[in-house]
Design a protein around this ligand. Structure first.
Ligand code: PHE
Length: 438
């Protein structure tokens, strides 16, 4: 793509890969563990589906909402580097608490995980941005590489932790997730020398041109507005995309013909498909956008996000196709599901890594981590919205909900495209790529 990336990138890549392994591994077995009967060889908590899904919804929202305090801790007191380390410790402690068969330890584990992810996830992302100077054109591709790392963790964890949790024992599964996080911490400690000053605490008075409590300049204010607008896109995007773990998962189980060569593939296995698509298509989508840059058509991040929302929405049109084919009692071909995930991921790749990069470009330095925190909190709200939309489908019907999501994304994306030129000027050139491959 472009010239070599800073040495700190592989360190953050592997640390985050293991953190995501730990996160998605635990997430893959959480609901299964909660709903498993309390008797038998691998007993669970004996909750109803509704109770388990409610806890799941709150958990997936809170892990990201806690990124706001995580960002504040980094900006005010510790800097990102130390906050990430603290987060890793809390996560490992959380997973090992879940590994103990005890109800109090279970709840304590969830609290530790929520605070740990809140400290780690936003700040490690800000650190990736910190590897690049302003105007460095490698920043976007750096975030794509980082995003691939995330998805290597996300693709492998449900398979490994899922297997250990379901077949050997839930608590061993949680323990394995904890070991993943420990490996992440080892990489992080070992790699400190490559991170140099990235993520160190910078007192506000030391930030160039910033006085303590100085108000934001007009340009900074405009950029913050653009960021807040992008957060709305993010809520809509994840509100649709995150159907994968809920509604689409159940739909796959009940209405998709999963028999391939005479063997029925378990529905849960399809949970890894989007992450595999990210690994396969990550660099392809990135070079598609990069080539447009080279031809002198710098595509602003908001433009990419609008296109991403539309492409992802088209994925739901494929699900409408499936719902039409399956009708009330039949089954639909697997290809609908695969095409749907493919389009969703192509959209995701034009939004998610782009947004991370965009925030590190635009956020005023003294609010760098808190801005990232708010971005993740928006994702958390999107996750909760996804749960509510999924519930709606229980009454409204899948065909209606899938088609509704498609139409909404299409209109929303089109609206953004109409306004994006105006928004672009608000970024005051921060988006213009400077071609200095330092
Ligand atoms: N797969 C992404 C990740 O785990 C999903 C995500 C995007 C989560 C943005 C939070 C915020 O990083």
């Amino acid at each position: 793509m472009t010239s070599r990336h800073p040495k700190g990138l592989p360190i953050l890549f592997f640390t985050e890969m293991w953190e995501r392994f730990s996160f998605y591994g635990m997430r893959a077995i959480l609901v299964l563990y909660l709903t498993q009967e309390t008797l038998g060889s691998n007993p669970g908590m004996g909750w109803t589906n509704t109770e388990a899904l409610a806890l799941y919804g709150w958990y997936t929202m809170l892990v990201y909402v806690m990124s706001i305090p995580g960002g504040i801790i980094a900006d005010r007191w510790l800097g990102q580097k130390k906050t990430v380390f603290l987060g890793g410790l809390l996560i490992a402690a959380g997973q090992f608490s879940l590994a103990v068969n005890d109800v109090t330890m279970f709840y304590a584990g969830l609290v530790l995980l929520i605070t740990g992810v809140g400290c780690l996830k936003p700040n490690i992302s800000t650190m990736v941005g910190g590897l690049y100077k302003e105007g460095d054109s490698r920043r976007d591709s750096g975030f794509i590489i980082f995003y691939i790392g995330i998805n290597i963790g996300a693709a492998s964890a449900p398979l490994l932790v899922g297997y250990v949790g379901e077949e050997i024992g839930w608590h061993y599964g949680f323990g394995l997730a904890g070991i993943g996080m420990i490996l992440g911490q080892v990489v992080y400690i070992w790699g400190q020398k490559h991170l140099k000053e990235v993520g160190n605490f910078v007192p506000v008075k030391k930030i160039e041109g910033t006085k303590k409590n100085a108000p934001l300049t007009k340009i900074e204010k405009d950029r913050v507005i653009v960021l807040l607008i992008s957060f709305i896109i993010v809520i809509v995007f994840w509100g649709a995309y995150e159907q994968a773990g809920g509604l689409m998962n159940l739909y796959t189980k009940e209405k998709i013909n999963r028999i391939v060569f005479g063997y029925e593939i378990p529905a849960s296995l399809f949970q890894s498909v989007p992450a595999f698509f990210v690994i396969i298509f990550g660099t392809i989508v990135a070079s598609f956008w990069a080539k447009r840059n080279l031809k002198g058509k710098e595509s602003s991040s908001l433009f990419k996000m609008a296109i991403g929302t539309i492409v992802m929405g088209t994925g739901f049109l494929m699900m409408s196709g499936a719902a039409l084919e399956a009708g009330d009692s039949g089954k639909a071909m697997l290809i609908w599901l695969i095409l749907s995930y493919l389009l969703q991921v192509l959209g995701e790749l034009s939004i998610s890594p782009v947004a991370l990069s965009f925030i590190t470009k635009l956020a005023p330095v003294k609010y760098a981590s808190i801005m990232m925190g708010i971005y993740f909190a928006a994702t958390g709200l999107g996750n909760k919205l996804a749960g509510l939309v999924g519930q709606l489908a229980q009454n409204a019907g899948e065909l209606e909900v899938f088609t509704g999501i498609f139409i909404f994304c299409l209109l929303f994306g089109a609206l953004l495209l109409v306004f994006f030129k105006k928004l672009k000027t608000l970024t005051h050139g921060a988006e213009d790529t400077v071609k200095n491959d330092t």
